[in-house]
Design a protein around this ligand. Structure first.
Ligand code: AMP
Ligand code: MN
Ligand code: MN
Ligand code: MN
Length: 278
């Protein structure tokens, strides 16, 4: 099994890289990419944890980008985490994320939730706070019953605590990934509520920027969705990627390495990874 999309507690996942690795081994994953949001901070721990196992670790990241009025996620695979240009982009995203978190926190005061940024940092154990951390806080404070409701009432686009963010552009993110020798992949293309013509526009902009892949399977993708995405890959000449988008036990319905298989008519992105010996 190959899983090229998951999160650790270095972003908004619940598990350490070591715990993730153990779950991956239990699920018979033999190629695993850690793709934390806008950070590579968990990669070293994952490599250390995987030293004595047969599992192949792919260095990854999930960049948040702003495209038109949409927040889009672009996965980088086989990146070089220490490369200067990439580190600069990550530093830029870090500032955007912290600024946004403080603005979200200020908005939540109007809803009667005080000190949300500090509480979220305490909960996360770091400052790379995302909306999932605020969602958990809103659950802890008894404001909402679950994550979905937290996004629907407070954190989703157009809601009271939604703050538009100056994320990287598609061109900056894709270029940053490609320059480190990595491959850029559009994450969960059906999660952005784009019309089909907008999705085609996104794919065209992504390809012009140097992107080569698209997730055909991501977490709970259905069979019908997978077939549609596979035919989009054929139409736009994109390589297919697959991942669970696992965030940890209580946050994800699909466990690490448990996503459905790629449809047979698409070309897996790892076909061009020469040293994989698959
Ligand atoms: P951010 O990168 O901070 O904007 O947060 C995006 C993250 O929030 C996603 O990667 C998911 O982990 C989580 N998320 C987004 N929408 C939802 C939702 N409707 N329900 C649960 N979690 C969500
Ligand atoms: Mn997430
Ligand atoms: Mn995502
Ligand atoms: Mn993700």
């Amino acid at each position: 099994m190959i899983d090229l999309h998951c999160h650790s507690h270095f972003s908004d996942g619940e598990l350490s890289p070591l715990a993730l690795l153990n779950r991956a081994i239990d699920s018979h994953v033999h190629v695993l990419a850690l793709t934390d949001h806008d950070t590579t901070a968990g990669l070293l721990s994952l490599h250390q944890a995987a030293r004595d196992s047969d599992i192949k670790i792919i260095d990854g990241i999930e960049f948040s980008v702003r495209w038109k009025k949409y927040d889009i996620h672009i996965i980088g695979l086989n990146i070089r985490p220490e490369e200067r240009g990439l580190c600069d982009l990550i530093a830029q995203q870090h500032v955007s994320r912290m600024t946004r978190a403080q603005q979200i926190s200020a908005r939540l005061i109007d809803c009667g939730v005080h000190d949300a940024y500090r509480k979220a940092c305490d909960m996360a154990g770091h400052e790379r706070i995302g909306r999932a951390h605020f969602a958990k806080l809103l659950i802890n404070e008894g404001r909402v019953p679950d994550m979905k409701t937290a996004f629907k009432r407070y954190l989703g686009q157009g809601r009271i605590a939604y703050v538009p963010t100056a994320w990287l552009s598609i061109e900056e993110a894709v270029d940053g990934i490609v320059r480190t020798g990595g491959q850029a992949v559009i994450a969960h293309p059906l999660k952005y509520a784009l019309t089909r013509s907008k999705l085609h526009e996104l794919i065209n902009a992504f390809k012009v920027a140097g992107g080569v892949g698209m997730e055909v399977i991501s977490g709970e993708t259905t069979d019908v969705q997978a077939r549609e995405l596979a035919s989009l890959c054929c139409r736009f000449d994109l390589l297919a990627s697959t991942g669970s988008d696992y965030h940890g036990g209580t946050l994800s319905r699909i466990a690490i390495g448990q996503q459905r298989p790629l449809p047979v008519n698409c070309t897996p992105i790892w076909n061009q990874w020469k040293d994989l010996n698959l």
